[in-house]
Design a protein. Structure first.
Length: 327
């Protein structure tokens, strides 16, 4: 539908003016050459084949009421500018039965530096909408110390707003699923520990879908990085402490899985950014704890496959829901 339109034309459409600046948060796309390319050119030259599906989903959602919600008040945003663009967008399903099903809280990744809704949010939401589930996509704080920890507060605030507006969103606030990519995968996993939903008095998710997630600071510490200071800097960006402290705390996810719901994990075997061992380690811990778990490791492909379009992971959202509905 949008393949012959430029990214510029789409993101500058007034219908999506609120969320367009956060297509990839903290990245000014207007300065990029591909901003002036059509979606077809972007797909051909960059491999981002998911964008058409994403914009179809986004513009359909923008036609509905209560599409965009900032999570923090003006007073809170003034006191802490990092909260300025923290928000969620609501993607309702057209299936009337969605009102009686759990909704999905979707958390894109971006290495605690960006939030990639453009590829890991809007296109993925469409799969779950078509399956008959309402979706909320979270833009959380990044480029701050302890981004993953602060994301716990962001999720809790989002869940509070959803509860307050449950009749508007047509959801049961106590019935929800989570899905996160890469750094977002770490965030939805951390939400399942004592640092997450139990600490905020929130309901337990019914299922969790970490997609090529980071899960273990112990594994990150074993990576061949040039300087140990780089490891500490990454740990501080994610959880606000040194790598050694992270490895010995609740931030080491595989050591703290007792409060997890059933979990389905999806990763590609050739992931060059986050070792698939992060997924295997989490899956092993869940199995050991007796928590239902599904691990799918695609035979080819790397990091950032988003909804899997055109790759061996194509169809993973449908397989995830098949598994969840059968648990």
């Amino acid at each position: 539908m949008y393949m012959q339109k430029t990214l510029k034309a789409l993101l500058e459409d007034p219908a999506i003016a609120d969320i367009a600046p956060d297509a990839i948060s903290k990245w000014d796309l207007t300065k990029e050459k591909f901003y002036h390319w059509t979606l077809q050119e972007i797909a051909d030259k960059m491999g981002w084949a998911v964008l058409n599906r994403g914009f179809m989903s986004l513009f359909a959602a923008a036609e509905k009421e209560h599409f965009y919600h900032k999570l923090y008040s003006q007073e809170e945003r003034t006191a802490d500018p990092a909260k300025e663009n923290v928000n969620f967008v609501y993607f309702p399903s057209d299936d009337p039965a969605a009102n009686d099903r759990p909704f999905l809280l979707l958390v894109p990744g971006g290495g605690f530096v960006n939030v990639w809704s453009l590829t890991e949010g809007w296109p993925v939401a469409r799969h779950f909408n078509e399956r008959g589930y309402h979706v909320f996509i979270l833009t959380y704080r990044v480029c701050v110390e302890a981004s993953a920890v602060k994301a716990m507060e962001d999720i809790a605030r989002a869940m509070t707003i959803i509860r307050e507006k449950k009749d508007i969103f047509h959801v049961n606030p106590d019935r929800y699923m989570t899905c996160g990519f890469s750094a977002g995968g770490y965030i939805v996993c951390l939400w399942n520990t004592t640092a997450g939903y139990p600490a905020y008095g929130m309901a337990k998710p019914e299922v969790c879908f970490p997609i090529y997630p980071a899960t273990s600071y112990r594994l990150l510490n074993n990576d061949r990085w040039d300087k140990s200071s780089h490891k500490d800097a990454f740990a501080k960006a994610g959880v606000g402490c040194t790598m050694q402290e992270a490895c010995a705390s609740v931030y080491e996810i595989p050591d703290h899985v007792d409060a997890f719901p059933p979990t389905a994990i999806f990763v590609a075997a050739k992931d060059e950014l986050v070792d698939p061992e992060h997924s295997r380690c989490l899956a092993g811990a869940l199995v050991k704890a007796g928590i239902p778990c599904r691990l799918e490791v695609g035979p080819t492909g790397g990091h950032g496959f988003a909804d899997g379009t055109g790759m061996c992971m194509e169809g993973w959202p449908e397989r995830a829901m098949d598994w969840f509905e059968g648990v």
